[in-house]
Design a protein around this ligand. Structure first.
Ligand code: MRU
Length: 319
């Protein structure tokens, strides 16, 4: 699998995640095309958005400077509101602008390199933590959405933990929620797990909490789009019910995320903007009567008291 986001010959090369499970690469040459790709989820997942955003500023820095570049960067940072990494990546690249376009590109490439290293560290630390919490027997891990290599530059956060466990022979199987409405679980997580040779089962989102309640899962491990200062977590819609069920069942609910997803400027979950997406994504199957309304919040907030730990590249934080 190529890297999710890459800089190739002055363009951004993306794995087109709308085409998965077919592997299709697409090159993006303008900020407008990148914003479109971000909004259509061609590139998605908080760390991958951070990398794409940083490279987007590098694209623009070839032709724009000063206030003009800052305005382009602001548009890019606002392409999707919930994952803080997008704005963080944009900001990091923009900070190098006074030193010229090459410096902007270097700063953007550093975002990619740091994310790749962070994911490996998160994987190793998360695997250790799960052994401490659940013991050494092979684990049944429940995950939601896709927090794998395709949500990052490579390796993954929640699936990075699964990968580290799998390398040690410590994964019995993964339960992957299909993740309505855009099916990141069955289209993307399943692709990654099957490539890695990790046994997995896909379940409908509504099955998750009762599977946990029946004692069929040892731990829930998910990624995050933003972690507020008090430890509240925004992640893909459908994460919160898993956290409730995990608390009730007395199993760990672990969040795996790079430090760049921790947002000290957002005090708590109530202050996190939840992206509202088009009703068509919910109604798309054409099953509901014509004229039906739909509501499509893309993320939910899990309060910190339901979070066993947040594992980053630097620490295990128990909020
Ligand atoms: O709408 P998406 O597919 O961008 O949502 C992605 C998620 O919710 C992921 O769980 C999150 O970004 C963490 S990715 C390491």
């Amino acid at each position: 699998m190529p890297r999710t986001v890459e800089w190739v010959d002055g363009r951004i090369r993306l794995i087109d995640q709308t085409a998965l499970p077919e592997l299709r690469l697409t090159d993006v040459a303008t900020v407008d095309a990148l914003i479109d790709a971000i909004q259509r989820l061609v590139v998605r997942g908080a760390p991958a958005l951070g990398a794409a955003g940083a490279l987007g500023v590098a694209l623009a820095a070839g032709t724009a400077t000063g206030a003009e570049l800052a305005a382009v960067a602001a548009r890019l940072a606002a392409a999707r509101p919930t994952a803080v990494n997008l704005a963080v990546g944009v900001r990091r690249a923009l900070a190098a602008a006074p030193h010229g376009p090459d410096a902007v590109l270097d700063a953007a490439l550093a975002v990619l390199a740091e994310d790749a290293a962070a994911c490996r560290a998160i994987g190793a630390r998360g695997a250790e933590l799960l052994e401490e919490l659940c013991g050494p027997a092979p684990l049944r891990v429940h995950t939601h959405c896709n927090a794998g290599a395709l949500a990052c530059v490579e390796w993954g956060t929640a699936l990075g933990v699964v990968r580290s466990l799998h390398e040690a022979g410590r994964v019995a199987h993964v339960v992957a929620d299909e993740t309505r409405p855009l099916l990141q679980g069955s289209r993307i997580t399943a692709v990654e797990l099957s490539e890695l040779g990790v046994p997995y089962r896909i379940v409908v989102d509504g099955a998750g909490p009762s599977i946990i309640a029946r004692g069929l899962v040892d731990a829930v491990v998910v990624g995050a789009d933003r972690v507020a200062a008090n430890g509240d977590i925004a992640n893909k819609i459908g994460t919160y019910p898993l956290a409730l069920a995990a608390a009730r069942a007395g199993i760990p609910f672990v969040v795996a995320a790079p430090e760049s997803t921790l947002d000290p400027d957002t005090l708590d979950g109530a202050a996190i903007e939840i992206e509202e997406r088009a009703p068509d994504e919910v109604l798309g199957a054409g099953v509901a009567p014509a004229g039906s309304a739909a509501w499509n919040p893309a993320f939910d907030v899990t309060p910190s008291d339901l979070v066993t730990a947040v594992v980053t590249e630097d620490r295990v934080w128990r909020p």
